[in-house]
Design a protein around this ligand. Structure first.
Ligand SMILES: Cc1ncc(COP(=O)(O)O)c(C=O)c1O
Length: 361
């Protein structure tokens, strides 16, 4: 009988709770307002010829390289950061190798590492979700071949400094070190080009968050040119579809849209953090477009809060099952009007007896 590989048979299933998302989408850290109108215009202009042809990635890679001020040989466009993670695991991990992540963090690192039949080493984050380079370095062994760090991290919104990341990369010269900058636009600091200081560093960016293109599936992986040559070998030449490739230059060209959107999100984030504080709810100051808040002490507490918000038309994400996140929910921040709706619902829910509990009150 045909049987999948052992590593696949034992793989945990990742089921993002997407079904029937009705309401204001503050549950997946997406852009809640939609992409630049220039992208929509481009979409409307595409014809049958465009769809009939295999997609050509290189010309658009040249545009992205120009935008990021790197050489085109130093980057690869991917089907979202998710594919970049997958490609790195395919390129660098063999069965029995070790891969490090700092938990809690983005779920797909674990899935791709396990699918590659490598050994996952989860380094627990320190108190207050502070990033500790020392803990990561202490977990590095002679078998470490992959280290994935989201910066800012999801779901905590906390960050590692450039010095810490460089120190880690230099401590594991035989490991591919992924700095996942999916939330870069909300943070502003980058490790792009730091592979000139340590050639094992890779930086990933996405167009799923600030750019509002999660449905198109577009990401970028950048790194040392020799390393990227290897990564490109395992990638399909048609990994990014023609529609996404046609839209990407338009999305990049409208930086005014991105700055406006990011500005509003940062204002909403500040308003949300103030409201949480005023209501005595513990939260972790975030550098991304979301905030992790502890609304209770258990999974049922978080589930009740999520349900009360949903009844008021606001979707937020229960993160209770993540390491050290009991009773926590993650709330995405959108532009001003979405911030208003979020804060109105939050204020109502906080007045309901017994919904928000155990936190700072
Ligand atoms: C840290 C991090 N990396 C990657 C992704 C996925 O990005 P993409 O949509 O480009 O695959 C997410 C999405 O939530 C994320 O939080």
């Amino acid at each position: 009988m045909l049987r999948p590989r052992e590593a696949v048979r034992t793989l945990p299933v990742y089921h993002p709770p997407l079904a029937g998302r009705k309401g204001l989408r503050l549950d997946f850290n997406e852009n809640t307002a939609g992409c630049s109108s220039r992208v929509l215009e481009k979409l409307r202009s595409l014809d049958a010829e465009h769809l009939a042809k295999y997609p050509e990635r290189e010309p658009v890679e040249a545009v992205v390289a120009d935008f990021l001020r790197v050489d085109a040989s130093e980057l690869l466009l991917t089907n979202g950061v998710d594919e970049a993670i997958h490609l790195l695991c395919e390129t660098y991990l063999q069965p029995g190798d070790e891969a490090l992540i700092v938990v809690p963090t983005y779920s797909m690192y674990r899935i791709d590492v396990m699918a590659a039949d490598a050994q996952l080493i989860s380094v627990p984050v320190s108190g207050g979700f502070r990033f500790s380079a020392e803990s990561v370095i202490a977990a590095i062994s002679t078998r470490t071949r992959f280290i994935a760090i989201a910066n800012p991290n999801n779901p905590t919104g906390t960050v590692a400094s450039g010095d810490q990341l460089l120190q880690i990369a230099r401590s594991a010269p035989e490991a591919a070190v992924l700095v996942d900058e999916a939330y870069f636009e909300f943070y502003g600091e980058t490790m792009l080009k730091e592979w000139r200081l340590s050639s094992n560093i890779f930086v990933a960016r996405t167009f799923s968050k600030a750019y509002g293109l999660a449905g198109l599936r577009l990401g970028v992986l950048a790194g040392d040119r020799e390393q990227m040559r290897a990564v490109r070998r395992v990638s399909s030449p048609y990994n990014v579809n023609a529609i996404a490739l046609a839209c990407l230059p338009e999305a990049l060209a409208d930086q005014a849209y991105i700055s406006r959107y990011v500005d509003e999100v940062l204002q909403t984030r500040a308003r949300l953090e103030s409201a949480l504080e005023a209501n005595g709810i513990q939260f972790w100051p975030s550098r991304a477009n979301f905030v992790l808040a502890k609304v209770g002490s258990s999974k049922p507490d978080a589930a009740r809060f999520v349900e009360e918000m949903r009844r008021r038309g606001i979707l937020v994400r229960d993160r209770s099952s993540d390491y050290a996140c009991e009773g926590c929910v993650r709330i995405t921040c959108g532009p001003r009007e979405h911030g208003d709706r979020l804060l109105a619902a939050l204020s109502e829910v906080c007045k309901e007896p017994g919904i928000v509990q155990g936190a700072l009150r």
